[in-house]
Design a protein around this ligand. Sequence first.
Ligand SMILES: Cc1cc2nc3c(=O)[nH]c(=O)nc-3n(C[C@H](O)[C@H](O)[C@H](O)COP(=O)(O)OP(=O)(O)OC[C@H]3O[C@@H](n4cnc5c(N)ncnc54)[C@H](O)[C@@H]3O)c2cc1C
Length: 396
Amino acid sequence: MVSRPRIAIIGAGPGGLTLARILHLAGIAATVFEKETHALERPQGGTLDLHADDGQLALRRAGLEAEFRRIARFEDQGSRLYDEHGTLLFADDDAADADRPEVDRTALREILLASLPVGSVQWGHALHEVLPAGDGTFVLRFENETKGPFDLVVGADGTWSRVRPLLSAYQPQYTGITFIEFGIDDADARHPALAALVGRGKLGAEGGGRGLIVQRNGNAHLRGYAIFRVPADWADKTFDLASPAATRTRLIDEFAGWAPRLLDLIRASNDLLAARAIHALPVGHHWTNRPGLTMLGDAAHVMSPFGGDGVNMAMFDGAELARHLAEKADWREAVRIYEQEMFARVAMPAAHAAEAVATELSHIGLELSLQHMQGHLAARANLAAGVTAHGDAARG
Ligand SMILES: Cc1cc2nc3c(=O)[nH]c(=O)nc-3n(C[C@H](O)[C@H](O)[C@H](O)COP(=O)(O)OP(=O)(O)OC[C@H]3O[C@@H](n4cnc5c(N)ncnc54)[C@H](O)[C@@H]3O)c2cc1C
């Protein structure tokens, strides 16, 4: 039996990098293969709230608490809810004492990358397939080369994992919800009224079968998501995404009847305008253990973002897999235990995310969002008063 497996991690996302970092601290080498050609090939996306008992815990175990505190925006945890007429239904503007601070994805990736030895990440390596070598090891096939053999291949390659087909017959399914993402740069200086409308955190608005979420990111960037319940190919058929101006105009048309000050958020967008069809694996997705292969994060359990748990689960998966590999003499047993615990741990957040996406834009969508925000506020007040409360994670 190999005592120290040769480990390949596919994907330098938050989950794969957390795994690589904690393995490194334990003296276990691993190579990360990432399809992007370098760290700044594309903006990594919007802001993420890291929860105390999974995402933040993973960073603590990674020895990156100080770095996390440097990038964490405690001041951006507020939330507001408007109806389509621009009536403010709820505001939690004083949430800086909450324990789910926001971090920008790019900053999170930077601190994880900087914590790894040079050369740990092999950029420009888009995995095509994993091939069993016949002796219990695996070889990785990329476009122009193969790498390996490896004893353990970890699929941390997100929603469309190339490792998953060796473990599971399931594919993520379209949830019925499509986001059109947009960005507004330098909002404080260039659009102070919009910055004030959003506040220090997240603005939600819903009505007439349409939704809008706009979040404050670092550097006074606002990132918005226009939300639709539509067929999967609707965005491609409806928008000319190659033309930001045409997309913006069409998007505003889709929100006909909404308050002008909410539409101004779309009007001011100067960045991005991309379509995201939201996919999820079935709640309870699992597989039979196959020695030498496993998955973590979205590859294992992609869920709708309405639960606000995806990145937290991915990082904690990475931390737990690393812990078991470091602690157990038998690495195959370590992977087996990691998988059993992960399947159980993820079931509840996945169910919440599925429920939240199912009710998004429904006749009770706005009411549920309001209840959820009020629940968060009450849970925080209870916590401050010393009462233990377990708030609903959905619509996070
Ligand atoms: C619009 C939106 C908003 C979200 N908001 C939140 C939020 O607020 N809070 C939250 O907790 N979660 C949120 N999520 C979910 C969160 O983004 C994911 O759960 C999280 O990024 C999963 O991390 P990961 O490391 O598993 O995968 P990913 O972040 O997807 O990283 C996978 C990595 O693998 C690489 N890769 C992919 N294919 C290959 C290949 N074939 N070969 C090599 N490399 C490959 C990718 O380039 C990427 O670097 C949101 C998701 C979306 C879509």
